[in-house]
Design a protein around this ligand. Structure first.
Ligand SMILES: [Fe+2]
Ligand SMILES: [Fe+2]
Length: 385
């Protein structure tokens, strides 16, 4: 298996192109199927996109993703956690001889994302703008092994960044390397960040345990984000990041910043900077007119509206981690809508007049008055004048 990258130049906006891959090697010629894709439209023209995340070979991802592929969307925003162990090629692609749990066979990430079931059109037909999640770290032992967790040199993102190489031309794998980017698509500015850490199961936490990339004020990523948001010129702006801005899960009480030894109790830690998502990223989003921020990680559906910014975890794609006793976010904000009864994904339609988002029910399980395939949550955003 190998990866080929081709640059297509001088394409016209809003135009459908047909393509197929042709590989010549050792006198043989192999030809792929013919597919088509649409280029990004000019300003003022409508388009739509789908939010996905956290497939991780979970049950029901095939059905959910196939339904997302039947929405006639123009691109996919993917909020991290592609598989469980990125170094296992067999979790990305079907690979003979590579171990994958029997029940997860057929649910490899690329298998799920290239389905054609009942007319689904996915990655063969549209761009994807992903961000990395904690499951994209090359060596997953950094999250559970004390020694490895405290060694910044062990924190690398090489597998993920090579798979999505065109989005990360610098290929800086190390911690605080450039793991973020932005792009304009029609009237939308898209920002993809690298915001994730591990959630300390049962309070397993110690000094030096650090988030993967810094989000402290003045850190490379935050400096870049500020400049990027200042320079945008589009009517709408959307951010994708893996770690939740708000969430009812127990791990939100563990801040996104660097822990230090508690001076009053050396066996515990404190977080002098608090939660960087709330204290550093949120004010930037509010100040620069970001309309939507979507994230993953907790595998739930929750939507919040805080000071004009919509925060959505549309991540009940294949399973759900919500516990009924989970606390509300420390800010006191409750979700405007939460729905963890069934699997779902989100579709966002953009026109010059408005951006309209719809959470779509994707599975028949659970109690719901909304039919499978229909919207159970809708919100609208006005353009920046
Ligand atoms: Fe995650
Ligand atoms: Fe996840």
């Amino acid at each position: 298996m190998y990866q080929r990258i081709a640059a297509l130049k001088d394409l016209k906006p809003g135009t459908t192109y047909f393509y197929r891959t042709v590989v010549k090697a050792g006198g043989t010629v192999a030809q792929g199927k013919a597919y088509s894709f649409r280029t990004a439209p000019e300003s003022g023209k409508p388009f739509s996109f789908v939010l996905l995340s956290d497939l991780q070979q979970k049950q029901q991802i095939l059905e959910t993703v196939a339904m997302a592929g039947r929405q006639n969307a123009d691109f996919i925003l993917y909020a991290g956690d592609f598989q469980n162990a990125p170094w296992k090629a067999g979790e990305w692609f079907p690979v003979a001889g590579c171990f994958i749990k029997p029940e997860e066979k057929g649910r490899e990430w690329f298998t799920a994302m290239q389905q054609t079931t009942d007319g689904a059109k996915l990655m063969q037909h549209m761009p994807i703008f992903p961000c990395p999640g904690n499951h994209e770290a090359d060596d997953q032992r950094i999250w559970t092994d004390k020694e490895l967790a405290q060694d910044p040199a062990k924190k690398t993102l090489s597998i993920y960044m090579q798979l999505f190489r065109p989005l990360y031309p610098e290929q800086q794998y190390q911690r605080n390397g450039k793991h973020w980017y932005s792009a304009d698509y029609g009237d939308l500015h898209i920002v993809s960040l690298s915001v994730f850490r591990w959630h300390p199961w049962n309070g397993y936490e110690f000094p030096g345990w650090i988030a993967f990339d810094d989000t402290d004020p003045g850190s490379p990523q935050v400096r870049w984000l500020e400049e990027d948001l200042k320079g945008k010129t589009t009517a709408y702006t959307w951010v994708v990041q893996h770690w939740h801005m708000l969430n009812r899960g127990a791990e939100v009480w563990i801040p996104m910043s660097r822990p230090m030894t508690n001076p009053d109790n050396p066996t515990k830690v404190v977080y002098p900077l608090g939660d960087n998502c709330w204290n550093v990223l949120r004010p930037l989003y509010e100040r620069h007119g970001v309309n939507g921020v979507n994230f993953g990680h907790s595998h739930v559906y929750e939507r919040y509206l805080i000071n004009g910014v919509n925060y959505i975890e549309a991540a009940t794609i294949g399973n759900n981690y919500r516990d009924e006793k989970d606390p509300i976010h420390f800010s006191g904000n409750m979700p405007v809508v939460e729905n963890n009864q069934h699997r779902s994904f989100m579709v966002v339609s953009v026109t010059p007049e408005k951006m309209e988002a719809r959470g779509i029910r994707a599975s028949a399980d659970g109690d719901s008055t909304v039919a499978t395939g229909s919207a159970f949550d809708t919100f609208t955003v006005a353009p920046l004048k």
